[in-house]
Design a protein around this ligand. Sequence first.
Ligand SMILES: NC(=O)c1ccc[n+]([C@@H]2O[C@H](COP(=O)([O-])OP(=O)(O)OC[C@H]3O[C@@H](n4cnc5c(N)ncnc54)[C@H](O)[C@@H]3O)[C@@H](O)[C@H]2O)c1
Length: 383
Amino acid sequence: MSQQIVNVGIVGAGLMGREMATAIQRWPALIDHPVRPQVTAVCDINPRALDWFDQLGTVTTKVTDYTELLNDDGVDVVYIAVRHDLHETMYIEAINAGKDLFAEKPFGIDLAAAEQIVAAIDAHPGVFVRCSSEMPFFPGAQQALALIGSGALGQVIEVHSSFLHASDLDRNKPINWKRQTEFCGKAGVMNDLGLHALHVPLRLGWAPSTVFATLQDLVQTRPGADGEPVICDTFDNATLTTAVDTLGPRFPLTVETKRIAPGEMNTWELEAIGFDGGVRFSTKYPNTVAAYSSADVPGLGTRQVWQNWDAGSESIWPTVTGAIFETGFSDAILQMWAAFFAERAGALGNRFGCATPAEALHTHRIIRAALDSHSTGRAEPVR
Ligand SMILES: NC(=O)c1ccc[n+]([C@@H]2O[C@H](COP(=O)([O-])OP(=O)(O)OC[C@H]3O[C@@H](n4cnc5c(N)ncnc54)[C@H](O)[C@@H]3O)[C@@H](O)[C@H]2O)c1
């Protein structure tokens, strides 16, 4: 099958810039994908960060000024992975330059920034923009979604959606930009993990109307480069109790985003419980999906039964990897890119697509309600 070659430029050669470049290097793992992306350009203000990209063998442009990359006619799609305070300017400039954009969350440092980015998209309807949120691409998450989508839950009773880290449990972990409001945003951990936890609920149409937030700033200082304490002023943990009444009788959706959740390294989990059925999936047990239903148990009659099955490695785009093998984080990243390029090429079909600008903006509205709730001590509306 002939594949359309698409040249990708990466701005921000840090943790995620390299992760995404690695996923694109694994493209032959995908079967019959209509597009063949290749990373041809990379930008970082730190020239040393660019060297890693030499080993890809496809990079012909390495720059320290992102506007050079945006003005490069040879670049079709840009992936921008930088500090949150830089999103608004860089995303808008990329869109104005006519580049298709794979953005990083939180899609602007706050609601006002996200609104400006969406206004730029609206002014350039030909530009294709999506936002990174890879965890729903785990096969187990997709299977949980399929079960929910089948209607098997009946009337929804409650939903829990979480993204939990323990990465900040060590109080002596050095400060970085993600722990400073100036660079990360006032929303703190909600900017880091909020879209991860809200992507699936919003995709299912579970839009909260009100939010009651418990926000915790658990660690107030962290060591700076010289070992001296530096102000660490972001919220570490956020527990949101929201009310959803968009699709029928009201139910609670609890959204947890935490950097200090002891025992959790990088756990994304979803639990949805209804009258007739329920489902649980956690990346802590990436090969296991659990589902609840009423079932006949021999000799006992009808019982409420939870059962587990192995998720395997089936995902939204077929791969050369055998379906019985297990999947992981980098597989989810590859699947997310497969969805991005397939949707851009009009070939996604009814497969799960990447987070949209509207979903990223909606997440900011929920986060703003959470910040309002923190100030007032009451549940606040999502506006
Ligand atoms: N999807 C995910 O799972 C996930 C995980 C981690 C981070 N992120 C997001 O990715 C983005 C980047 O996070 P990261 O962890 O890769 O950060 P990082 O600090 O590891 O990397 C950011 C890079 O941007 C570079 N940079 C700074 N200013 C620049 C400029 N003006 N021009 C070009 N490069 C510049 C820095 O030198 C650094 O190399 C953030 O939005 C973050 O929220 C997403």
